[in-house]
Structure formats: structure tokens, C-alpha cells
Design a binder for this molecule. Structure first.
Ligand SMILES: [Zn+2]
Length: 79
């Protein structure tokens, strides 16, 4: 789900809520955002950002650390 906040009126708009109600006319259609002035909108939540943050950087960093720890342990045991 996409959530966009209109900077002019402060209303958060989703694809179910129609336009924000002020002259900037912020509106979400499926996965696109329309507004009279897009620079006066804030992307609060988008599908793409959510996918990335849900699956990657922290998890990958954590897994890499674990791998390194395992390798070190093996090296230590071999010696
Ligand atoms: Zn507005």
C-alpha cells in the first residue's frame, strides 16, 4: 500500500481515500501518485521501499556477520 502525505494540508492519502481535499489534489491510483505539485507531497510508505527494507540491508549484514563468525571459528578449530 502507498501512503502519501500532502504538505499543504497534512492529510495522508492512500489508494482508497481519494484526493486529500485541498487545491494540491494529492491522489493515489494503484501504485502511482498524482498531485498538482508533487514536490509538496511526502511519500510516507511505498511498495518498493517496503520490499527493500523488509528483506535486505540489516538482515544481509547480520547474515554476513554470522558467516564471518563461523569462518573464524572453523579457522580456530583447525589450528
Ligand atoms: Zn492537500
Amino acid at each position: 500500500m502507498i501512503v502519501v502525505r500532502c504538505k499543504d494540508c497534512g492529510v495522508e492519502v492512500t489508494n482508497q481515500s481519494g484526493s486529500c481535499g485541498c487545491p494540491n489534489m494529492v491522489r493515489v491510483n494503484e501504485d502511482t501518485v498524482t498531485a498538482i505539485d508533487l514536490t509538496r507531497t511526502i511519500m510516507v510508505r511505498s511498495n518498493h521501499v517496503k520490499e527493500k527494507s523488509a528483506l535486505s540491508p540489516d538482515d544481509l549484514a547480520f547474515q554476513e556477520k554470522r558467516r564471518k563468525r563461523k569462518v573464524r571459528k572453523l579457522d580456530f578449530e583447525v589450528r
